[in-house]
Unconditional design. Sequence first.
Length: 436
Amino acid sequence: MTIYRLFYFSILPLLACQQRVPVAKNIEPVADEKKPAENILPGAYRFDQYLPLIKGRSVALFANQTSIVGHTHLVDTLKKLGIVPVKIFSPEHGFRGTADAGEKVGSYTDKTTGIPIVSLYGSKSKPSAEDLKDVDILLFDMQDVGVRFYTYLASLQEYIEAAIAYRKPVIVLDRPNPNGFYVDGPVLDLTYRSHVGMQRVPVVYGMTIGEYANMLIKEKWLDTKMPAPPVYTDGNNKNIALDKCSVTIIRCSGYTHDSKYELPVRPSPNLPDMQSVYLYPSTCFFEGTVLSEGRGTARPFQLFGHPSLPENLFSFIPNPTEGAKSSKCYGQKCYGWDLGGTAEQVLQKVDHKVQLKWLMEAYKLFPVKDSFFILPRSGMMKQSFFNKLAGNNDLWQQLRDGVPEEAIRKSWAPQLSEFKQIRKKYLLYKDFSNDN
């Protein structure tokens, strides 16, 4: 640890004294500009482990506003170290992290750096042969939140699949999971596979994105007929081959699954602080209903409600905001719940679980039960977005039938237990001490 910590601090003057290229001018910190815990360093900080692998090579980077080292974007950091990415791939919300959820984002050339930005959340979701013809090595560095719905997981999978298809090595710069201290929720039924859930994992799966990549590859879950690539950790892949796929995971330093890691940068427009990050696994289900999940307010995923709910409840009015320009109930007074508080208070409310009580209470009080869930054009609930979030066709039926929460949890238990056993095989960090 001491060696690469010294290496990091030794280049700080270099990063500070050179003019910063504003490729990420819209990066916004989490409230109060929280810094990463001093004893935890994400993989991107561990230059001594990955710079030798990419020096003198043509590098492409999958990145967004969370790809930072200190207060400097990774693109700027690499440029100052003599490595200029030939292109940048961007996920949902775009390279700068300002696009609405689900909004298609186009490709363009960054005016400041001249680097092409290739969107993988627009007309395509995987790099093409043309995209990769001038690339030796693919880097991946984005902050995930440890929730199955979050589309960065699907992006990681398809990035690796493209690397396998076109014989390119991948380096995943791992980052801590802010929800990595528990495992809970229904496990996805592959019938409901989509970009908000591609694999048989629960809603909260308790793995970093590097550990998840390790599992994807070794469990042979990737959508490819080619052999699974070898997986290395840190700088152990010293003779990295440029004519075939391998995956190297640069681990975090000082992180365990008991760590409470506060994000220095919001991972997407509607997760502005740790309260939203902690509540997201439980309140994201409201995206599949007619209720507002708080988008268009200062506290998305902490508030939820609808104009039709009882007027004696907490009230709020959603309005268009950056990253939430068009959503449900805008301009209407909604009645519902405020789950906010300090980050520690919210953690206590979550209690190491995907909480169903808020969804169940909202359904109970909603006056027209048949209108609670958003139906697709087909009118078939089986094809609804709620079912994609739940990962099954059971949860909505259980809510409709008034099944008690404990009985719903018991219905998850066998598959959840099976996943926990799979998960343990691929952890790269000490597991959490409490048994979930």
